[in-house]
Design a protein around this ligand. Sequence first.
Ligand SMILES: Cc1ncc(C[n+]2csc(CCOP(=O)(O)OP(=O)(O)O)c2C)c(N)n1
Ligand code: SF4
Ligand SMILES: [Mg+2]
Length: 473
Amino acid sequence: MATLEAKGMFDVFSRSGSENRITHYCAGCGHGIIHKLLSEAYVDLGLQDKTVIVNPIGCAVFGYYYWDVGGVSAGHGQAPSMATAISRLKDKAIVISYQGDGDLAAIGLGHTLQAAARGEHMAVFFVNNSIYGMTGGQMAPTTLIGQKTTTSPLGRNPATDGMPLHMAELVNQLDLPVYIERVSVADTKRIMKARQAIRKALEIQRDRKGYTFVEILSPCPTSMRGTPLDAANFVIEKLEKEYPLGCLRDRSAEATPRPEPKPWVNLATFFGDDGSEDPKCEATEDKERRFKFTGFGGQGILSLGLVVADAARAMGLETTWLPSYGPEQRGGDAACTVVTSTRTIGAPAVENPELLVVMNQAACAKHLKTVKPAGVALVDSTVVLPGELPPDVRIVQIPAIEIAMANGVPKAANVAILGGLIALDALGIPAHVLIEALERSFAKKPALIETNRKVLQAAIDYCRHHGLAGELP
Ligand SMILES: Cc1ncc(C[n+]2csc(CCOP(=O)(O)OP(=O)(O)O)c2C)c(N)n1
Ligand code: SF4
Ligand SMILES: [Mg+2]
């Protein structure tokens, strides 16, 4: 635990492990200076309450311990994509992607260039210390020719390691960025220039004018195995030669403020403006239903889910269908989820379905235990049920595969399952709506409609004769 005295930072932050450093950062590290410049800027511009910083993987991963603003962490290199989502969904937010050179220019190069090419409304701060600091000083895309790192102990060799990437120049090839500048924090004069650039980028965000990219050359004394002064001199004498400082583009005067975006998902239907859950949107059993269909590829699992999703959509319900399957064309795991709801659906993933369809043994072992209490599992009779069954789950077995084979269409076991679901009224969708959706799925093969109707009917009859069916909806 330690205290900080800087505008826009938390008064107190905690860190585990050795207490011989006041912050997470080594003495002479540029990250600390840049953190302070950034926090002073959002406070001075009155943007603190609106700012969201996406933290990278790298030494700045703990930024959220320092910056007293909204903060999220992204997967390695993915900060621009996460920032894109936040920027589009929270249109009043000032969105910042703060990234090191390993994060932004190596694993995240695609995310970086795509966000810049789209001209997303965000400020990217690129901390180029020419090395992977956090992991102990490996070569980065920005490592200089001849620079020794733990993975280039004889110095970066262009013959095997290629040439340094000039990220500001690369971004400058794209049409939509509004402002691109390279600065340095190696001495006080340079820090003052960096301060201006950081403020300018935030002003452009405040004015809703689009994408900004500020590259900041930054000392990493630990990886450079020198004193803070040696590291600062390395930045001035070596890094700045390869990466000249200056403004590459400033179109902020002519850029027009972006129109208020219309998000394709309206988060306001889920969360209040303060991010808290809106009680009126709480999921209720009668409003939202979550199903999972499982088996192996070739059994028509995904098509069965599609028919159910299509029927729900025909009823005017919000619907999602999310498939997941192995790389094999046939015989690998296949599953899909369907969520139907009277309101916007937050997530299509279904961890605990209220209805589970199981068409093979492996899926039974994997999914049966996940069914919600009071839920239903419809399982093909070829599957041997485990000794221990989930409590409070209605498990119904029908010979779907056998019914399909007996009717001469082995591939229609999924349709027999649909018959079982209709008989059990397990989907909350009227039978005629499901049957119409099934027939729509055969629109391009009308000859198959009749045989599939027979399979469907045989499954419904089976359920009736065995006392499984309720009143048909
Ligand atoms: C997917 C994944 N791959 C690799 C790593 C290991 N890793 C952590 S930080 C890092 C590089 C950080 O370098 P940089 O972005 O330059 O940040 P710095 O620490 O220099 O500020 C790597 C490779 C990881 N955490 N996740
Ligand atoms: S390893 Fe380098 S980048 Fe990481 S905190 Fe230390 S000086 Fe900063
Ligand atoms: Mg780095």
